[in-house]
Design a protein around this ligand. Structure first.
Ligand code: SF4
Length: 249
C-alpha cells in the first residue's frame, strides 16, 4: 500500500469513528487483524469502507460471538440510560430485547408499546400474547427465539417511530442481529421490514417473500397488532411462518 493510500485510509477510519461517536457508541468491535493490517499497510488486509458494511459489522462481531450472552450484556451496558434520541423523554424503561442468544429465529418489531414500556420486555401486551401463541403453535417456546424492536423506547401514544429515531436506534438492533446471527429473521410489520431491508415497499407486498439481510433470510410479515385489528389476515402470517419453518429444516 502506498503512503498516500494509507494516510487516506487512516483519515477515513477517523471519520468513521467520529460518525459512530456522534451516534453515541463508545466503542466499535473491530478485528485485531484489521487494525494490524491498516497500521502495517499489509496488502492482504481488508480495507474498511468509510461506513463499514453490515457484513463487516457482523464479521467483526464474530470476535466475541463465542459468548453471545456476554456480548449482548455488553451492548445493553453500552446503551445504558440512553438519551441519544427524543424517545428517551417519554419512556419509563428501555426495552432491550430478550430470548435465547443462540436463537435460530429472531423476531423484530417496531417499538415498545405501553405494557412493554412498563415491564421493560418486548411483546408482552395483547399483541405480544398473539405473538407468543404463534410461537407456541410453531412448536417452539418464547425462550427458544429472540425478540427485539427497531427502537428501544416507546414512541408517545404508540405513534410510529420517526426517521431520526430509527436512524439513531436501529444500529443497536443491527448489532443484536450480528451477535445472535440467527438463521432467519422475521420482521413484524412495516417499520421493521422497511428499516432492515432499506425499502419503502408496503408490508402487504413484502410479506410472504424471503429477502436477505447480511446473508440472513428475512421474512416480513404482519405486525401482531395489525392482526388483532384484522384477524382475517392471521392465516397469511401463519403461511409466512410455515415458510420460515421450512427454511429452518
Ligand atoms: S429509542 Fe434507542 S436511541 Fe432513542 S433513547 Fe431509546 S435506546 Fe436511545
Amino acid at each position: 500500500m502506498r503512503m498516500n493510500d494509507r494516510a487516506e485510509l487512516i483519515q477515513e477510519l477517523k471519520k468513521t469513528m467520529e460518525f459512530y461517536r456522534e451516534l453515541g457508541f463508545e466503542y466499535v468491535p473491530v478485528k485485531r487483524t484489521h487494525i494490524f493490517n491498516i497500521i502495517s499497510g499489509s496488502p492482504s488486509g481488508s480495507t474498511p469502507d468509510s461506513h463499514p458494511s453490515r457484513h463487516q459489522v457482523a464479521e467483526d462481531t464474530c470476535d466475541y460471538s463465542m459468548n453471545k450472552e456476554i456480548a449482548l450484556r455488553d451492548l445493553k451496558n453500552e446503551i445504558g440510560d440512553c438519551h441519544r434520541c427524543k424517545l428517551a423523554k417519554g419512556r419509563k424503561n428501555i426495552v432491550f430485547g430478550e430470548g435465547k442468544p443462540e436463537a435460530d429465529i429472531m423476531f423484530i418489531g417496531e417499538g415498545p408499546g405501553r405494557d412493554e414500556d412498563i415491564q421493560a420486555r418486548p411483546f408482552v401486551g395483547d399483541a405480544g400474547k398473539l405473538l407468543t401463541n404463534l410461537i407456541l403453535k410453531l412448536g417452539l417456546k418464547r425462550e427458544d427465539v429472540y425478540i427485539a424492536n427497531v427502537v428501544k423506547c416507546r414512541p408517545p401514544n404508540n405513534r410510529n417511530p420517526e426517521e431520526d429515531e430509527i436512524t439513531t436506534c436501529s444500529p443497536f438492533v443491527e448489532r443484536q442481529i450480528a451477535i445472535i446471527n440467527p438463521k432467519v429473521i422475521v420482521c413484524l410489520g412495516k417499520i421493521s421490514a422497511q428499516t432492515l431491508l432499506r425499502s419503502k415497499v408496503a408490508i402487504s407486498k413484502l410479506r410472504g417473500n424471503f429477502f436477505s439481510y447480511d446473508n440472513i433470510p428475512v421474512m416480513p410479515t404482519f405486525h401482531p397488532a395489525y392482526l388483532l385489528r384484522n384477524p382475517r389476515d392471521k392465516w397469511l402470517t401463519w403461511e409466512d411462518m410455515q415458510k420460515v419453518m421450512e427454511k429452518l429444516k
